[in-house]
Write a protein that binds this ligand. Sequence first.
Ligand SMILES: [Zn+2]
Ligand SMILES: [Zn+2]
Length: 63
Amino acid sequence: MAEASISADQGQFSCSVCLDLLKEPVTIPCGHTFCKRCISGCWDQEDRKGIYSCPDPAPYWIS
Ligand SMILES: [Zn+2]
Ligand SMILES: [Zn+2]
């Protein structure tokens, strides 16, 4: 049953900001998961604008 394992290799468990394995994974409303440190670093810059966007332009189901 090779189909039993849905690709749990890439994307899901790596952070597209630091391109490393997730450390303290945080999932944001769009479905992407980033390291807590990475997403707070990104949102830190957007904090003054009050906009919290996703640092990954690709939908989570593609990456
Ligand atoms: Zn990261
Ligand atoms: Zn996203």
